[in-house]
Design a protein around this ligand. Sequence first.
Ligand SMILES: Cc1cc2nc3c(=O)[nH]c(=O)nc-3n(C[C@H](O)[C@H](O)[C@H](O)COP(=O)(O)OP(=O)(O)OC[C@H]3O[C@@H](n4cnc5c(N)ncnc54)[C@H](O)[C@@H]3O)c2cc1C
Length: 493
Amino acid sequence: MTGITGLPSAKLAAHEAAVARLREEYAALPPGAPVRLAKRTSNLFRFPEGAPGREGAPGLKGTPGRGSTPHRGSARGRGSAAGPRTLDVSAFSRVLHIDPRAKIAVVGGMTTYEDLCEATLPHGLMPLVVPQLKTITLGGAVTGLGIESTSLRNGMPHESVTEMEILTGDGRVVTATQDNEHHELFHGFPNSYGTLGYALALTIELEPVRPFVHLRHFRFSNPRDCMTAIGEIAEAGSCDGHRADFTDGTAFSNTELYLTVGAFSDRAPWRSDYTGDKIYYQSVRQVREDFLSISDYLWRWDTDWFWCSRPFGVQKPLIRRLWPRRYRRSDVYRRLVAFDRRYGLTDTLNAHRQRPQREAVIQDVEIPVARGADFLEFFARETGMSPVWLCPLRLRGERSWPLYPLQPGEVYVNFGFWGTVPLPPGRRDGYHNRMIEDEVSALGGHKSLYSTSYYSEQEFRRRYNGAAYEKLKAEYDGQGRLLGLYDKCVRGR
Ligand SMILES: Cc1cc2nc3c(=O)[nH]c(=O)nc-3n(C[C@H](O)[C@H](O)[C@H](O)COP(=O)(O)OP(=O)(O)OC[C@H]3O[C@@H](n4cnc5c(N)ncnc54)[C@H](O)[C@@H]3O)c2cc1C
């Protein structure tokens, strides 16, 4: 079965023509040449050597933000025979159709959530889960497991996909649904990171929104009380009588933790703005209650990349005023980090000043809520980085997804931490990350694969259902045109 359903005929013809062109482009790639998506943005946190244009390694060139043109990576024209060949997927980076009555959208796989929400919000609708960073794409969030503050209610982005059109590694274009002949691919796609194929178009469910979000920040003085409160919110759907349409949290330390509970609202006695001088994550510890427009709420973390804009100085009032507003975006900061990593600027400076080498510890991990406090205590003791982002989640449906086997019905807390920490004397890069991997396993948790990983091949196979993956790989990419999951996510090829 091929072809995405639900598109009006005029749009269908243009989409089918784009799919046919991409198939031809893919078929023309020299056999054996590694394939990459030509995407202008990425939110991966693996920075392989060189390889401009490669996913995960964008340079500083070009104007940041929306409306910018992707690298035109003609498959025939770029790279050496052995070098990566990039695939022009720009035709799949827009919303194809919205049906407000049925509350569904048909969306190109490389469409950013910023563009997706800009198209759905005027209809009073939004995707069920909107990851916080504007340039995360729908395909990236489905294959790489996005999460946000609706995840306790709505699960993960792939759980509201009803149909996916996929260019498979072996060059077919198939439409996968939860119960057609490609149902195994549909269920194995989340956490496959583009190693089985690329989602070209997806049909997703939408949910109604209200114009504002009414936030309340609840403070806790120890991790156990905070985890207990998450369990109670999961049970009741509210906190202290405040409806939990959105729930996430910020731990500044293990004696200062906040849960932020948001309720849709038709009215706002005032509206805060954190795209100017004020900074959202700082507001969490300054005010008890707040109101944001739905759009400002969805992008509240993007302006300062959570808190990760700090090293660039832009949280200092003077520099902030001088830093153009259009550059207060996560994709701009990420490009700066990519540039720094590529040229080793910070490492060289540290060595020059005889400061200890630092290790990048940039991870999101999911821990069952009952063990969440243990994780926070371990993390404060061994790594000591703050703040830490807390995002509770529970699968929306009854089924587990094979390549990232969370238990249906179980409440997890996603802990996100993004920064660098000094390496103890005599320790090498990977020391902290390995310790975290071990602790996550010991606590019955799971680790996202968008950043560095150190698992052995055997451990990786066990943790991410290697048997199911290999079956899918043989069926949809038998010749291995695309990288394998371990090579991509651990070896970082
Ligand atoms: C600091 C930081 C914070 C983060 N916070 C969050 C968060 O709060 N919420 C959240 O949801 N996620 C978060 N992420 C992770 C992010 O969602 C994942 O990295 C996601 O995979 C990125 O998607 P992207 O669209 O930017 O894709 P890319 O970075 O371009 O690609 C990611 C991977 O997905 C593959 N891929 C991309 N598009 C497709 C497609 N259409 N079909 C198949 N494969 C594809 C690529 O081959 C690649 O392997 C965070 C990451 C970082 C670094």
